[in-house]
Design a protein. Sequence first.
Length: 228
Amino acid sequence: MNSPSVRCSFWSASAALVFLLAVAPVLVAQTAPAGQAGGAQVDLNTANQAALERLPGVDAAAAKLIIAGRPYTSVADLSKTGLPASTIERITPLVKVSPPGAAAAATEKGAQKTAAGVEKGADATAAGVGKGADATAKGVEKGVSAASKGVQQGAAATASAAEKVNRTMTGAPREPPQAGMVWADTATKIYHKKGDPSYGKTRTGKWLTEEEAVKEGYRAAKPNAAKE
């Protein structure tokens, strides 16, 4: 036992044992059938095809048979699917059966969540449409107001232009901006009062109060003076 060769064999065997003890759980986990990891079982009523195909002995065709045979009230109902007895025996410890109403309840709950999401989306859409309509109405109102002002300004400008044309063509007198003003002829420096033939009718002139006309050096027209 004390010889070098014996001691070397002993330590080699010990190292091999330690290694096996370390890797054994990993190997077991890698080779364990689907559904056994962590004690989790596959639900025959709710599992999808991919989950069923991970069971030992269950291929794509067998998984479709299991899905077609739903709902199950017990694992023993697998015998009605046409699966081989050996396959049923292998997967029995790895599967479970949820209550018949569980899948329907889950589906209903999902449908309710979907409906709630759709309702919220519809409310948000309606709110957005309402805001858009309000903004459009305000824009239209502003546009109408601006157009109305433009029409009024255009009408005023047209009226002013028409008045000028009328004075030019018919000799109609200009009207003073306020009563009592005199017409100051800037060419002759004479101002004319209302009733004077030249009141507002000379080619050049402006409206002033009589006091302003006197201060600016205008002379009053003689009574019954001829038209300038």
